[in-house]
Design a protein around this ligand. Structure first.
Ligand SMILES: [Fe+2]
Length: 210
């Protein structure tokens, strides 16, 4: 049987492919990888690139889902996210830093305990290494402001000093101290998510590295 890319049979377009307007495969392709050809992989690469807009669509949907998470904070996680990004943008941060600020807690849509790693993994291909580092370590930098309540080390950020360039360490400090930890204010005039959508689409338009 001829199968579409991703395993859906022709005539059985998945909900995801309909949503992203993905055309069905027009040529036969493999049903097991050990029977694949270079031409089939070239077609997969071409279609993946052609439909790269779905990355931004997924990120925006995950951000919207954060509105349902408050968990005792003064604002929900979507407001916390746009407030962090608004503070970064108003401080003059560039597009990659602003989008990373917007997405820094996006992992909470899946799991709170390991949310920094989830967000860092999502952003890694799309931002420069120092911006990825900023988000990768953000929880330990935030710890200055609350780890003591859990018996943790408020200076946990110091465990990262040797591995980070001084400029990256400063960026991570600025992110945590000036933009993230203060972004729980219900009275702050945050920009709406829509304000950041063009930047999200710009940053997630193309992977810099895989
Ligand atoms: Fe945060």
């Amino acid at each position: 049987m001829t199968r579409g890319i991703g395993g859906a049979g022709l005539g059985e377009r998945s909900e995801a492919s309909r949503r992203h307007n993905v055309p069905m495969a027009t040529t036969e392709t493999f049903t097991r990888m050990d029977e694949s050809t270079a031409e089939q992989w070239a077609e997969i690469g071409k279609q993946t690139f052609a439909h790269r807009d779905r990355v931004a669509d997924s990120v925006l949907a995950m951000l919207r889902s954060l509105e349902a998470i408050t968990d005792g904070f003064a604002v929900d996680q979507l407001e916390h996210s746009v407030q962090t990004a608004t503070r970064a943008e108003r401080a003059g941060a560039d597009a990659e830093v602003v989008v990373t600020a917007l997405c820094h807690d996006i992992g909470k849509a899946v799991s709170v305990p390991n949310h920094p790693e989830i967000a860092a993994a999502i952003l890694k291909p799309y931002v420069r290494p120092e911006v990825h580092d900023m988000i990768r370590v953000h929880q330990d930098f935030q710890g200055r402001h609350y780890y003591a309540h859990f018996g943790g080390d408020p200076d946990a950020r110091e465990t990262h000093r040797a591995e980070l360039d001084p400029e990256v360490f400063s960026l991570a400090e600025r992110f945590a101290d000036e933009w993230d930890q203060v972004a729980f204010d219900p009275d702050y005039d945050s920009e709406p998510l829509e304000h950041f959508e063009p930047l999200v689409r710009e940053v997630f338009a193309q992977a810099k590295m895989l």
